[in-house]
Ligand binder design. Sequence first.
Ligand code: HEM
Length: 181
Amino acid sequence: MTILDLCAYLGLGAVGAASVNLLIGMLMALRYSPVRNWPHLRMNLFALHQWTAYCTVALALTHPLVLLLVKSPRFRVYDLVWPLNSPLQPKLNLAGAGALYLLVLVFVSSLLRTRLGRPLWRNLHYLVFPAAALLFLHSILTDPALKDGHPDLLDGGKIFVEAAAVVSLVAVGVRVWLRGR
Ligand code: HEM
């Protein structure tokens, strides 16, 4: 496995954890009961939501850090912090950084929830939706080989991300529809 493979796997793991986290969060918002409904088991959705958030942030932070070890093209620390002049696909890298900043903001605000108060925490928590849009845009269109900026959208990793994007989009649609009723 190359450094670039490791970087891609960390990014894919972050997308998987973020999607599961989003789904659990929406179930909690809809007061879903795993005892009354499927799988008829006692499950702590809150703890699951918290743990998937820890995994998302840990994987999303290590994914760009590993890029610093790639020999070519060379990424500098500045390219990760503000990727507007980073190699190959700077705008898409910027979308990834934007997603990361929003995820970290939502995560930290959740740790400080009692101090911030519910209204502010809730408004900050809605930033997960633009974060999801940016992270799917970034992870579907980036070239995992860092070659020509033209990714194969039917490669295994991309199909995983595309499926996660479709499931998340449908879940958001269902949540909006059920809340409306
Ligand atoms: C400073 C922030 C970020 C930078 C500079 C960055 C940069 C990159 C680069 C250069 C690639 C192509 C090389 C590779 O596949 O490893 C890539 C791919 C990818 N990134 Fe990021 N990224 C950032 C944040 C994120 C975040 C927050 C996520 C998800 C939560 C993410 C998920 C992915 C995924 C899934 C891929 C594609 C892997 C594949 O197609 O196999 N990235 N990123």
